[in-house]
Design a protein around this ligand. Sequence first.
Ligand code: BJW
Length: 255
Amino acid sequence: MSNFQLPTPNLQSLISNVRAAQRVVALTGAGMSAESGIPTFRDPQSGLWAKYDPTQLATVGAFERDPKLVWDWYEWRRATRRDTQPNPGHFALAAMAKLLPHFVVVTQNIDGLHHLAGSPDAIELHGNLARNKCSREDVVIDRAEARATNDGLLACPRCGAYLRPDVVWFGEALPRDALERAFAEATHCDAFFAIGTSGLVEPAAALPRFAKRAGAFVVEINPEETPLSASADVVLRGKAGQVLPALMKNLGFQI
Ligand code: BJW
């Protein structure tokens, strides 16, 4: 169990707002999985974008220019992900879903760790690293059904186009159903948590703003300041894997 002490100012207001809430949303970003050993994107030292150029790896143009480079980078990230496990923060959110009347996780993460921790209904805004899809037809294709190509890639068994990871790259639309559900949840919730996200990538970054405008009590959990910090009702400066179990304890919940 975490020894993290929640700050006393605003603690009572935080506890009473979460306890009274009928509908709660938790938006998570890369910081949620940092303590599981998965790098964030924008940390100046260890972030993926500090080492790799997103324009060469996370756009349709990059895949069209050099599909092998992009595919191999995602294969490497899949291997990294396989060595990781959910952390106490993921488990705390899974527990909250059982203890609160209506609790939804909306994640920008593609690592599937919420699912593994016991949040099977987490809304995935940016896809899932475990899946592939046809780069032409946009349909999910099981790896076992794919055709191997001479250049070390996989191809669609229906049309022969390369398979690509089923994730959302810059300039691509988010899955419509996930996006609509996320905005509906954000505009109808009573409390909204933004956890481990820099709040820089749209449209996910708009969710806390929508929630706030609709009257929700907004809580940020992040060791660093973000553009959301100034407008949040409570900011908990700490790591998700420590703050969330401490929050559960303060709410009187066992995990
Ligand atoms: C901790 C911690 C610990 C550390 N505990 N916390 C409006 C204005 C400007 C630009 C745009 C706009 N609308 C759209 C755009 C363009 C673009 C965008 O937002 N660009 C900005 C960067 C300027 N958005 C898009 O292109 C999106 N598409 C779109 O809008 O399409 C429109 C369209 C409509 C119709 C037809 C066609 C198009 C798509 C965005 C896709 C983002 N994709 C990525 C890659 C996914 C695949 C992969 O993983 O490779 O998603 S980019 C990357 O950023 C990834 C993340 O999900 C996303 C968000 O990052 P996140 O999670 O916030 O991570 P970090 O690293 O930024 O922050 C981590 C945080 O954790 C930090 O704050 C730390 O302090 C904290 N932390 N340890 C808690 N232990």
